[in-house]
Design a protein around this ligand. Sequence first.
Ligand SMILES: [Fe+2]
Length: 399
Amino acid sequence: MWYFYSPGIIYGEDALDFIENIPGQKCFIITDKIIEELGYLKILTDKLNQFGKEYTINTEAKPDPHEPDALVARQQCINYGPDLIIALGGGSVMDTAKLVWALYEFPEMNADDLHPFNPELYNMGKKAKLVAIPTTSGTGAETTNVSVISRLINNIWKKHFFLHKSLMPTFAIVDPIFPKGMPKNLTMDTAFDALAHSLEGITSQWKNEFTNAMALKAIELIFKFLPLVLKDGNNIEARDFMHQAATMAGLAFGNSQAQLAHTIGHSWGSVFHVPHGRAVGVALPYVLQYSLNIVDENNKSEEILAKVAKQLGWINWDQDNKIAANMVIEKVKELQKKIGFPLSLKEIGTPKKEVEKNLDELVTMCFEDSTSVLGPRSASGEEFRKLYLYAYEGKNVDF
Ligand SMILES: [Fe+2]
């Protein structure tokens, strides 16, 4: 038995109009100040006004959301008593909304009750449905069942993964009107997050035929349309396909698992405050190399990545799998170079002294991260240490 969970997905131009058809009159909107300043909140509230739905708004969602802030939003939600919760924003907004939704449905619970073995959570959605409207094309949080919230431990805000199948939004509205205005850096960072979701999902131990299909299509779309949206951010067709790709990539890793590029990216992001997609995207080719360096019956990465290269027409079907699998890594690096994405952690701008000072903590954080366990190859502490240093220096992984 296996499974593939998905929200109802409404996508393409004018997808936002679907909100008229979603039952629920009283909406609790969770968003952030930037989304408000960009005018996106107004696009949503204009629609709600047009459709005669009432609403109240929380604009306090923050990047890498902190638990106390999410709990304030939850109390505001309880006080308002909505039958629709609408998350309008990037991954942080949607992660905040998932936690708010669950703890609104079950006010007697706290965040630690949101785990896969809590059967009560299967009764989600009795009070409200959750509608996720992504404004960036990358996190895939509109399709996943995890809420990543930071908790202060030993003076570091550490990311915690609150996970349950029922945390998946009821609907994802994937309308390109929102990512249209993303600046170049954000477009690149979020696209590489989506690319990592695809390539990690397709090589994860929990990969399956449904997630493989989503991942493969997402990779194809990202390679084709990312250069086009970077050339012209107003190319609505390219934006639309990138937005769809990010949602597909979300379905791919959400129903399989992310792995070591996310492990490394999460800890790097926590310690050095680097955007998620940038840290993960830089780590991606190094982690893929590491995955390919051992081929055995439990590690099918070579066969899988070779098939990706062949299916996408990057190499002939009769080519050797090793050459074909490495072609994927070359293609990722080629794309990074072409669009000006950093090729190493050093290029992100962290001084080496800081890296050396924090290396032990970074490695410790890897073992606390749930994404570290489902890759095709498990890393030891020493290997994590080397992966950081190789990715920092931009060296090919030879171990
Ligand atoms: Fe991610």
